[in-house]
Write a new protein. Structure first.
Length: 107
């Protein structure tokens, strides 16, 4: 039985767009210190990984994350959360309107 942690996509279900303060508060409740970043339409991140667990929320726009080599693909819209365990190979493609995200390392 494989007990390795897996990536998890948690859709935003509040029926409205999240505020920046609301997303920052979600990180603070978990004891995390986030940072903001943005990318233009269609920007791509090739397959890579991080030595830490990544917690990310999409704030505006859209971004698609895929697990490499042939794992699931997660489409993130405003408010959606993605948890990527440490050392998880993944790639990303920014949506047609660009994206702004907030993220923090866990551990």
């Amino acid at each position: 039985m494989d007990m390795a942690p897996t990536a998890r996509h948690t859709p935003w279900t509040h029926g409205r767009l999240p505020s920046a303060d609301e997303l920052e508060s979600l990180f603070r409740r978990e004891g995390l210190t986030p940072h903001w970043w943005s990318n233009g339409p269609g920007e791509r991140y090739p397959v890579h990984f991080h030595p830490y667990h990544k917690v990310l929320y999409c704030y505006r726009g859209a971004i698609r994350f895929g697990l490499a080599p042939d794992g699931p693909v997660f489409e993130l819209a405003p408010g959606d959360r993605l948890d990527l365990p440490a050392l998880t190979p993944h790639w990303a493609v920014v949506g047609p309107e660009g994206v702004t995200c907030i993220e923090a390392p866990r551990g």
